[in-house]
Design a protein around this ligand. Sequence first.
Ligand code: FAD
Length: 335
Amino acid sequence: MRKQLGAVWVIAEQTGGRLAEVSLELLGKARELAALGGGSHTSAVLMGSEIRHLSEELIACGADQVILIDDQRLELYQNDTYALVLEALINKHQPEIVLCSASYCGSELSATVAAKLETGLAAHCVDLHINNRGEFVQVVPAFGGMVLGDILCPKSRPQMASVKPGMFQKPDRDTTRTGKLIKETVAVLEGYKSPLKAVRVVQGQPSGLPLEEAETVVAGGWGVGADAWCYLEQMAEALEGAVGCNRPALDEGWAKGEHAMIGTSGKTIRPQVYIGFGVSGSAHHVVGMKDSGVVININKDPQAPVFQVSDYGVVADVKKFLPVLLEKIREQRGK
Ligand SMILES: Cc1cc2nc3c(=O)[nH]c(=O)nc-3n(C[C@H](O)[C@H](O)[C@H](O)COP(=O)(O)OP(=O)(O)OC[C@H]3O[C@@H](n4cnc5c(N)ncnc54)[C@H](O)[C@@H]3O)c2cc1C
């Protein structure tokens, strides 16, 4: 028999008074889970300083209530203070499910709070749903990304999950929605002396077209190698697209930075055309590109799993294939 779920919470992430898109995406999913869980409610937890105005946006995007903690001491994200406040809130309100962004701050905060509460956290989930027994199922890539595993947290509460940006659709804004505003305090911080001091937030700005805005993404994996990586960059330029990568290419330093990584711990992209070179097709990478328009892959192994998610496949050695293809593209485009 299905049991009714308790409240579903979303920890709303904001920087400098701007909400992160992922928090709104999570609210859409939270509403879906609450409805499937027998009509429980959805709350957004909003922490920061001078951020009350953001509660309207959270309600318009699906929060039934906003738990607001507006305090100067929370102006900048700091792991210890945010974790103390969130732990106290969870102990007080006892939500059933807590959803966080798998951003750098969200990943750190959710792990700290889950450890404090001695509960389970499924990190970097690629899907969330309620099964026919009414249980909350957290889907994560497992065994090197070759399979997707269903995680249940049957005993401890709350059930916590982190999800990276782009996994779920942002709900349409409905300004006619109304919701409750619950103000909370940071009483738990009285007398607490933090060994840390957050000074300011500095956001890096990668050069070139952002991966998620490119209509064509040329992605490289381990098979490309250091010497042939330059061809990917030239090809992306010739196609007016962007270069993406997977974990090995980033770790080797061939790709220019984290902003280029596609997958569970990277970005989720939906370009019109994705062209992958020397990419095996691990679930960790595929979840980030599977919704691309046309998927083309080049791999020397005809059995490579990536061909199962490709519209077109080429069996070839990318180190030889890349320069030839680049020349053809340039010829065609007159570049
Ligand atoms: C918690 C966790 C999170 C992760 N998150 C991500 C993530 O977000 N994104 C991500 O991408 N990965 C992620 N990974 C890593 C992921 O699981 C895989 O290990 C990785 O994606 C594999 O990269 P690859 O396909 O390039 O390498 P490999 O598995 O080594 O495959 C290389 C492929 O290239 C082919 N090849 C080799 N040489 C050539 C050649 N000369 N010509 C043509 N083809 C060639 C081979 O046939 C093979 O198919 C994560 C792993 C963990 C554990």
